[in-house]
Design a protein around this ligand. Sequence first.
Ligand SMILES: [Zn+2]
Length: 116
Amino acid sequence: MSADQNRTVNLRYFVVICDHPPNLCPHSNVIARKRFIERGTTGLNEMAKTMDIQIVFAGIPVPEHKIFMVLKAPNFETVRRLMVESGIVQLNTVKIYTTESFEEFAEEIKKSTPIF
Ligand SMILES: [Zn+2]
């Protein structure tokens, strides 16, 4: 067993929503198209694996110029690095949401006092 197989990383869920204008869409822009073909499929998956990120879902709701992703990652900074180092940030405005499970949320609200 390699050291890599022994490593345990506590992964959390992140939701990433990317927006780009039509002129930066792979449908209309030759550079965006080349980038997507080179990096958008296997390249992104390989880069994510080196950062201990699992891409649970990635989809494009055409005809809207967006990308939706659900990732499992060690932390926010790792997700941010993937968006920068993959070049996604060069063609998209990227929003990264940290999420907690319903169970975690149920525990969290026990500690707050309702104000209404
Ligand atoms: Zn588009």
